[in-house]
Design a protein around this ligand. Sequence first.
Ligand SMILES: [Zn+2]
Length: 204
Amino acid sequence: MRHTIFIFLLILVAIQTYAQRPTVEEYKMQQEQLKKSALLRELDSGVYYMDLEAYATADTKFRHVLENIKSVPSDLTFYFGKNSFYLKKYKQSIDWLTKYIQLKGTNGQYSEESASLLKLAETEYLKEKSNERQKAGEVLSSNYDIDCGPSGKVTCPVCKGDHVVIKKTAFGSEYTTCSYCNEHGLLTCEQYNLLLRGELKKAN
Ligand SMILES: [Zn+2]
């Protein structure tokens, strides 16, 4: 009888132990947690290097986090955007800083810094683009004065010489007088060149 009770207890203990072992799901979750903590440490380390102005090292770390983390923490959108700015990757910087502002609005911890960096990045990006155009040697007509020929008159390209512009509205077509040319639908050569550069003022 004592024997039977003992064996019974033993089985009970065995069942209990078996039931308490971590399931595969739990094990996976633990691994996931560990991986995430490691990535967040890597992120912190990236910020550390960024603050030391070691932008290339920071970049490697941030990229590692981006490529391995399941969902990107909103702060990383700021850090990566900021670091990209200092790496002179302006388009990339604009992209990530904009994301941060979209996520956090004006009340985020880094909203103000994001907005001012974004402005700088946009300025630099525009400069870069116009430099590229110059480098590529694109020759644009608007940089030249075009000789309009002996008459010195050009048919207005806006209204195609009709001196009337037709606007489609919800209520049908609306006819207005062209604001650029004279009553014959003509521009002087000077007006024509200004128009090409987007500098011709409307007459009415
Ligand atoms: Zn016109």
